[in-house]
Design a protein around this ligand. Structure first.
Ligand code: ATP
Ligand code: MG
Ligand code: MG
Ligand code: MG
Length: 476
């Protein structure tokens, strides 16, 4: 089944069950929603409906939403299941059906629509949380038992996994997730769903929207209990196409290929550095194309910084595997060929995308050239002075003042047989992070910190993600 077929199968399944199909919203959240920098889930554009601030076009909705998750950037290429920019399929009930129907729909579509063997599906349920004043979700356990899931495949998970919120504030609730057991080739007997392992592949999250998370950290009930679900289209493609990684699915094969052609290197040819670089390039070039098509431009702030970071990481990876400069627009062309039909904005804004890719690549390459000259000087001085390696101060100056990525300092120094004081560099970075945090002199700061913790616990980027990263505006 192709990705396009998966999208259609999901949406038409819910349409035939009285859900209204909505188009994907932008990756840039609506102006009235400052809680997140970028759309991280299908429910973002629907928030006003859950909150009762706007009347929905129908009480049952379904959509395929483009999403972007900044906190997942560092994971890219290391796991088989994470992308920064991915498609989330969802069905939503705005005060209509609740837990039982949401679970039944998910079960039916998994088995009949997507051909899963019921014995391979495991589910997780919220175990409760004292701080939130909530007990275990017995209702959800009973629903799954009634559907026919044996008790041993229902796993209780803590708030970090099974309490979902869209950001530091907004609608939230306990959730129940569906996992596919990929078998012992992907992990061990001891693995369980909800852990960070590759054996149990989380593919669908059913959120029982019941509360509003308030800025002061309290929960109040929503106008009506609602359902918000998210199924990762690209993860479903991995399953349906019988491959082991999201990068081997139909949307990504052409992007891996273009990387192979440009670098002359082979994917899955035994060199993990090459494989990881090719995966990062495939993911990031797609992400940057979508971001620019939705109006984001590279800058040192907020979402512009997320975009810049993505571009610079891609450029560094491209250089690492020997791709000639000026390559980003070549990837963008392939992104359009694979995704342009489903997302015509990529075609409509092709010129803008190519323009920003070319200009950022050019300016960052200048930064890299300058940094490399400086680094050569530092290496020469280090050697001449008979020092053990490059001091943390020098490495930090290259990073902080000249925007030269620390990773490259490490790599180039190693090539010249010189070490770097990495621990010292980390200490300087940490000090800088601390210095640029607001002083904890008033209650507001505590609340903000608290929100940040909440948000990261929910796996969502908070408004403070941008704030934490702008201080490293020139870093990659
Ligand atoms: P994981 O634990 O694997 O990081 P998650 O719990 O953060 O996933 P949810 O917030 O529950 O994910 O999102 C709903 C669904 O969206 C997931 O079940 C998954 O299918 C998909 N999804 C989430 N993050 C990603 C990602 N980075 N890349 C691709 N698909 C994703
Ligand atoms: Mg999860
Ligand atoms: Mg989840
Ligand atoms: Mg996650």
């Amino acid at each position: 089944m192709t990705s396009d077929e998966i999208r259609e199968r999901f949406l038409s399944f819910f349409e035939s069950r009285d859900h209204k199909r909505l188009p994907s919203g932008s990756l840039v959240p609506a102006e009235h929603d400052p809680s997140v920098l970028l759309t991280t889930a299908g429910m973002h554009p629907l928030k006003p409906y859950f909150q009762g601030r706007e009347k929905p076009p129908h009480h049952r909705l379904t959509s395929c939403q483009k999403c972007f998750r900044t906190p997942d950037i560092d994971q890219i290429g290391l796991t088989t299941r994470h992308l920064t920019c991915f498609e989330m399929l969802g069905n939503f009930s705005i005060g209509d059906y609740f837990k039982a129907d949401a679970a039944r729909f998910a079960w039916e579509l998994s088995l009949e629509g997507f051909g899963f063997n019921p014995d391979d599906i495991w589910v997780t349920v919220f175990e409760g949380d004292e701080e939130l004043g909530l007990g275990p979700d017995q209702e959800a356990i009973d629903i799954w038992l009634e559907i026919g899931v044996p008790r041993e495949r229902i796993v209780l998970c803590p708030r970090s996994e099974n309490f979902w919120q869209a950001g530091p504030t907004g609608p939230c609730g306990p959730c129940s997730e569906l996992y596919l057991d990929r078998g012992l080739d992907f992990g061990s007997e001891d693995d369980l769903p909800g852990g960070d392992n590759e054996r149990f592949l989380e593919y669908w999250n059913l959120v029982f929207m019941q509360f509003e998370q308030n800025p002061v950290g309290t929960l109040t009930p929503l106008p009506a209990p609602s359902i918000d679900t998210g199924l990762g289209l690209n993860r479903m493609a991995l399953i349906q196409q019988g491959v082991t990684s999201i990068f081997e699915t139909d949307q990504f094969v052409p992007l891996i290929k273009v990387g192979e052609e440009l670098s002359g290197k082979q994917y899955d040819g035994g060199d993990e550095t090459v494989d990881r670089a090719l995966r990062i390039l495939a993911d990031h070039t797609r992400g940057m194309s979508f971001l620019i098509a939705d109006g984001v431009v590279p800058s040192n702030e907020d979402r512009g910084y997320v975009l810049r970071r993505l571009m610079r990481r891609a450029i560094v990876q491209g250089r690492r595997i020997g791709i000639e400069p000026g390559f980003l627009p070549k990837y963008a062309q392939v992104v359009r060929e694979t995704m342009g039909k489903a997302y015509p904005e990529l075609i409509e804004h092709a010129d803008t995308v190519d323009m920003w890719l070319a200009s950022e690549e050019e300016s960052f390459n200048r930064t890299l050239e300058q940094g490399m000259k400086l680094l050569e000087d530092v290496i020469a001085k280090t050697k001449a002075a008979g020092e053990e390696g490059i001091g943390a101060d020098e490495a930090f100056r290259l990073h902080d003042t000249f925007g030269f990525p620390f990773d490259l300092t490490l790599e180039l120094a190693a090539e010249r047989g010189v070490g770097v004081d990495a621990a010292g560099f980390e200490r300087l970075m940490e000090r800088q992070r601390e210095n640029s945090r607001p002083e904890a002199t008033d209650g507001v700061v505590d609340t903000r910190e608290q929100l940040r913790v909440f948000a990261s616990a929910a796996g969502a980027p908070s408004i403070f993600t941008g704030y934490e990263t702008t201080e490293q505006a020139t870093a990659v």
